[in-house]
Structure formats: C-alpha cells, structure tokens
Design a protein around this ligand. Structure first.
Ligand SMILES: C[S@@+](CC[C@H](N)C(=O)[O-])C[C@H]1O[C@@H](n2cnc3c(N)ncnc32)[C@H](O)[C@@H]1O
Length: 191
C-alpha cells in the first residue's frame, strides 16, 4: 500500500471540486496510525474538502490562516479545526506535523516573506519523517526556498528537498497565480 505521504502527495489538489471523486481516488488510503496534518493558508472549498476528508479518516488536521473565508467557516461548522492565526503563532515545540500542505503563498508583493524565514517557520514544525508540500507558481521563490535547505548548515543535514514542475491540471485551481506555470516543492525531514 502507498504510504500516507506518497498518496497525499500524488493526489494533492486535483483540479476543481474533487469532493465527489475523492473516495474512489483514495481507496486504500486508510491508515492505522493517525497523522498530524497542517494546512497553511487555505481559502478555497477544495482545500477544505481535502482537509475534512483527512480529518474524517481519523487524522489530526488543523487549518490555519489569519484570513477566514466562507469555506473556512463551513469547514469549522462541519467539525474541522480552523485556527484564525498565522502559522508563526503556533508554538513550534508543541505543534509538530507529519505533513504540512500549502498552496500558493505570496511569492512577492507586500505580503512577501524572505525565503529563509519562510522556510524555517515551516521546517521547524515538521516531525522527523514529516513533509512540507508547497505548490507555487513562482520558480524563483521555489528555488530560493530549496537553496535555503541546501545551503544552511543546520538544515542541510536534516532535510531533503525535491522541486518538480506540475502541469496546470495537476495543480490546485487557485485564482491567485498570475503565471501559468506550477511547481511542487517537497521538503522531508530526515531526522
Ligand atoms: C495567495 S493566498 C493563497 C490562498 C489559497 N491557498 C489558494 O491556493 O488560493 C495566501 C494565503 O496565505 C495566508 N497566509 C499568509 N501568511 C500566512 C501565515 N503566516 N500563516 C498562515 N496563513 C498565511 C493568507 O491569508 C492567504 O489566505
């Protein structure tokens, strides 16, 4: 059986509202061991549908965003755990995750966060063996994040990363990205 991480990575964010397709796509996805999953910056229905599905499968799922959309309110009403805050507000010592999912952080503009601070805020919240999966339209930002992991002495020995292009169809259908390219960056904490 595929691992939770591989399955989630492969099935992450099909285009459109995948809530009806999900059960068949995810057959064999059930796990004996619940995982802790964090969704950073979700806004859309399909992001919360994904979070809710994992939650219904018994995983411990948190969605965090200082911005609460209508989809977030529905998620909360359906029993999902939504925290209206910034990721940085979660204490890293007691909040560690097996999987962190994030779609289209701001790669520039007034919300821009320098790559090192951005990466460390996320990597510090991964359990050993855990993954941070980021989808972005920005090859530059993705490369800078990858470089942080490769060149920072404290991170290099603890994390491995892969950066791969995605087709538009494979990526989440967000209204934010202006460019028509998509990339997936995965950081895995080795120890
Ligand atoms: C460009 S939007 C992308 C929204 C959505 N994920 C999508 O794919 O359409 C970035 C989102 O990240 C949220 N965000 C920004 N900084 C954050 C932080 N430090 N912690 C959690 N969420 C954050 C913003 O409020 C915003 O909703």
């Amino acid at each position: 059986m595929r691992t939770f991480e591989e399955a989630t990575e492969r099935l992450q964010w099909p285009k459109g509202d995948d809530s009806r397709k999900a059960p068949t796509q995810r057959s064999g996805f059930g796990l004996a061991v619940p995982k802790s999953v964090l969704f950073i910056g979700p806004e859309r229905c399909d992001e919360f549908a994904h979070a809710l599905r994992l939650s219904c499968q018994g995983h411990n799922v948190i969605a965090i965003n200082p911005r609460e959309t209508l989809a977030a309110k529905k998620f909360r009403r359906a029993g999902g755990r939504f925290i209206r805050a910034r990721l940085e507000d979660l204490p890293p010592k007691c909040c560690r995750f097996d999987l962190i999912c994030e779609n289209y952080p701001y790669p520039s503009g007034r919300h821009y966060v320098p790559p090192r601070a951005f990466a460390i805020a996320r990597l510090a919240r991964l359990k050993p063996g855990g993954r941070w999966i980021l989808v972005t339209e920005s090859p530059r930002y993705a490369s800078l994040l990858k470089a942080v992991g490769a060149h920072d002495g404290a991170l290099r020995s603890r994390f491995r990363s892969t950066l791969s292009p995605l087709s538009i169809d494979e990526a989440a259908p967000s209204a934010y990205p202006r460019a028509d390219r998509r990339f997936r960056l995965v950081f895995r904490r080795c120890r």
